[in-house]
Design a protein around this ligand. Sequence first.
Ligand code: M6R
Length: 366
Amino acid sequence: EKGGYDHFMLKEIDEQPKALRDTLRGRIDESQRKVRLDEVKLTAKELQDIQKIHIVACGTAYHAGLVGKYAIEKLVRIPVEVEVASEFRYRDPIINDKTLVLVISQSGETADTLAALRLGKSSGARVAAITNVVGSSVAREANDVIYTWAGPEIAVASTKAYTTQLLAIYLLAVFMAEKRNTISVQDRVEILQALQMIPEQAAQLVAAKDRAKEVAKGVVDWNSAFFIGRGMDYTVALEGALKLKEISYIHAEAYAAGELKHGTIALIEDGIPVISLLTQPDVYEKTMSNVIEVKARDAKIIAVVNEGDMKAADVADEMITIPKTHPLLTPILSVIPLQLLAYYASILRGNDVDKPRNLAKSVTVE
Ligand code: M6R
């Protein structure tokens, strides 16, 4: 059932181009200008009425939600709060009939996420869900469901679920922006065209396994690693750090690059790996200045950059490039080398990749 692979995780990383293609299928109309989400029953009027969105999820799905905040606020201009379900459900959040609660869950069975969904409903909010499992509790109870078509995800470390969740979020953001008139046709076309190239670009990245393995060799001897970035890169840093922690057991911290000086930089020592994400053009120079600061303290810089980046090579000890895409979409691509990095770090350390210690695939109890 592993189809010739040693581990489900690597199989599932490799399945991402197909999973992305399947999740995209039929959801962009022939004119290339509109998103079709026939399953979303929210009327134009209901969409107009939404004043706030709460995205609620756990773990990797929460990290997908963080990307959702950037994409939705940028394109739809509705305030979005993102919260882990175990916090949201116990803090009496402000929810009413002008609120959309969007839960994200691969399994559709995570106890806290389901409880958050129910809280949203009982408080009068409209509840939408992004999930991978047809007929799951979340799918049954949400008012609207957008499925990711990633196929079964078996490995504990979530990979293809995350990238397809991002795709679903982008589609939803463009869909809402169009209905609320907050996006030009030109911007829509640009994003939708870029989205259609993503599966092929993901295929290029999953093929670059040797590169990831090389980089992993430079990380495994450390008990600590840092992931830094700004904006959407920061959200991917969080996901990259989670992947590394859960399967390699290397302590990894993700930091918003601008926060380093407020404490964490004290931990930077000679040779420590700092995975630096530099894919966001508007904050590139800012992040670069932080990278230079940690480099000056002899950190080992592993830079994740866009193809054609001419500057990063001057400071980076290792470079990982991702194919050119729309700046809003880089998380789908930049996460793939980080998934591979975590995978090879885990292998090199002799861990059980698919069943990391103390973790279960689906957390159905609190
Ligand atoms: O099934 P869900 O998406 O609700 O699961 C949420 C988290 O438990 C899950 O993403 C977890 O963090 C993964 N092990 C991360 O790789």
